[in-house]
Design a binder for this molecule. Structure first.
Ligand code: SF4
Length: 285
């Protein structure tokens, strides 16, 4: 089978940096190492870190020795203060692009602006961003959320970094129609823009798209949605074992992309599995 791998498939800069920070800390040894929340949304990488003794904390400890790593999504400032107060050595692996959004929110919050975040209110990055904006903050995920918005005074609109462009444009436009005095900052990160654009382009050249990534990874799911919006059949899975090879073998060519937290070795195994499927000629299709 003809397989075209997207150039931007797999780890983005922020995820790579967080994984390297953690592995570097492991290599240097020392006492307990923990991440605050799962480091990334990829079970394969999390298993590997577990094997290296990296613990996952799901709440802030009162007292802790060793190292706690803050993941790429970042945390609310109050959480960081409490983590430091626990006595642990805190390494902040918040992605610089997420930090940029935190800085924008902080700057406007100091001038009494309200913040509207277009994103998923349960996503860790959004929870972190809300901490910089509170108490004047609203999260908008869909058009219904806009109907219930009540805004007085100046406000800004920012985006979760992994939001898709189309949704961001549509929702920010609808908010501005109701409340015309807002300032818009499209804070979708470059890596997300490029990854989604590449999927759109690939969809024009292949018969189906394979998207590799964790089931809990929002950016992986969005890549699937982007391909679907292009009318491309989409196959989503975490590893090479998750794909319906019989269904895939009906296609002559497939594109492969992967979420920002999917490691290269997992992508390679999927590509090799697909490449081993027999080539289809025009008549067979
Ligand atoms: S998707 Fe963008 S903002 Fe999020 S961790 Fe990766 S590089 Fe950073």
């Amino acid at each position: 089978m003809k397989v075209i791998l997207a150039k931007k498939a797999g780890f983005c800069m922020g995820v790579r940096r967080a994984v390297e920070t953690t592995l570097d800390t492991v290599q240097k040894g020392g006492e307990s190492i923990a991440t605050f929340g799962p480091l990334i949304h990829n079970p394969q990488v999390l298993n590997l870190l577990k094997e290296q003794g990296v613990e996952i904390l799901d709440k802030i400890p009162d007292k802790k020795s060793g190292t706690i790593i803050i993941r790429a999504h970042g945390v609310p400032p109050s959480h960081k203060e409490k983590l430091i107060a626990s006595g642990a050595d805190v390494k902040d692996a918040t992605c610089p692009r997420v930090m940029k959004v935190q800085v924008i929110i902080k700057k406007f919050r100091q001038q009494d602006y309200t913040t509207i975040i277009i994103g998923d209110k349960n996503h860790a990055e959004v929870v972190g961003l809300m901490g910089y904006a509170e108490p004047k903050v609203h999260v908008v995920s869909n058009e219904e959320d806009i109907q219930s918005l009540q805004l007085v005074g100046p406000y800004i609109i920012v985006s979760q970094t992994t939001q898709d462009d189309f949704t961001f444009e549509k929702l920010s436009k609808a908010i501005l129609e109701r409340f015309p005095h807002g300032e818009v900052f499209n804070t979708i990160c470059d890596s997300t823009h490029k990854r989604q654009d590449e999927v759109r382009n690939l969809c024009r050249r292949v018969d189906a798209m394979v998207v590799v990534g964790g089931r809990g990874s929002a950016n992986t799911q969005r890549l699937g949605q982007v391909a679907e919006e292009m009318g491309c059949p989409v196959f989503l899975g975490e590893t090479e074992h998750d794909f319906d090879l019989e269904a895939l073998s009906r296609y002559k060519s497939v594109g492969v992309t992967a979420g920002a937290s999917t490691p290269g070795w997992v992508i390679d195994l999927v590509v090799r599995t697909l490449e081993s499927l027999p080539e289809k000629n025009e008549e067979q299709q």
